[in-house]
Write a protein that binds this ligand. Sequence first.
Ligand code: NAG
Length: 385
Amino acid sequence: MGNMLISTIIAALAVTSYASPTAHHSLGGRLQSRSISSGCSTTGTASCTNTSVISDLCCFEAPGGLLVLTQFWDTNPSTGPSDSWTIHGLWPDHCDGTFDSSCDPSRDYPSISNLLTSQGASDTLSFMQTYWVDINGNDETFWEHEWNTHGTCMSTLEPSCLPTGSPTGAEAVAFFQTVVRLFQSYNIYGGLSAAGITPSATATHSLSTLQSALKSAFGVTPAFYCSSGSLNQIYVYFHLQGSVIDGAFDPIVVHLMSGWLFQNPTGTLPASSQIKALTSSGLVGGLLTLGTWSTQTLATMSLSGTTSSFTMTSSKGPCAVSSGALNCASGNTGTTFSAVSSGGNLLLASGGSTSWSSDGIPSGTTVFTVYTGSSHAQTYSLVIS
Ligand SMILES: *[C@@H]1O[C@H](CO)[C@@H](O)[C@H](O)[C@H]1NC(C)=O
């Protein structure tokens, strides 16, 4: 791509609406090759939206059901065509944004190029040689990294899910075919240029302008990442109906905060929630059952009431603020809390204030008392996720 930058002013990395895709921009010729078929329905429950355990993980992607198509705009050095973004990969995030990686080294295939060629997917390979290129020219290593690190974690690409008689590595071939197909449907360059936004070393664009350009193109707003003040990566998130091989990728909107994401916050109070602590350097643990702050396994709090007034109860009992400190215990008569929407998230408030503080930041097994207000050394907010 050209040696140009898209500069952006990022107001807040949070977006708030959900819609179905309305328009796609095609890129290059459509690829026809597809070596295998999963036999899975593409109209069943989408990944990450199930309400009970689904046992057939060949047709339901789990635990990595939040699929992320990532694309680069690289400038230094610039790679790929000047009128296209570059494919980074397709990653199977867990529904809460955490992820697994490098799940099956026995399937780290020695040459992706040979695999694609030998299984009739040379058209996919030649597309990748143009649009999925490494910043230092090591394309084969880049493709192997993407497959080994992310592809091997996809449940619907387990070899046992493939049709009988499939050649070794057929699931990796399907992975690359799917990524290319998705990339062709989510053409960032096309979406931005349709709204008059083209690369420039000097122009600045507000986040909302960029969001509405891609919402018009794709029906949903992806997530934008900047580097040194310039836009350089875009992530499009999906839930999947069926298999990565040939399923329906439904684009969704996620909410990002300090590298973590919260999905579809409705602004209404959930019946139960973990309460996570957001410090100036990101999310660090959250509340334990006693109402203390730690990075150990977080409590699931029951929340009862409305955002303007609710009670919060852990397995230890109702949570209360007494002498300025939070605690949850069976003897408590519950304090009422409220929840305040901020940046696409819901923050826990006591007496109308969303500030909380402690004497330090927990790590390992350390636990700190949680105080209302900001009078202790470390201040943070508490996010109802
Ligand atoms: C959804 O299905 C996955 C895979 O079976 C399971 O691990 C998860 O617990 C299910 N989610 C719910 C809410 O039951």
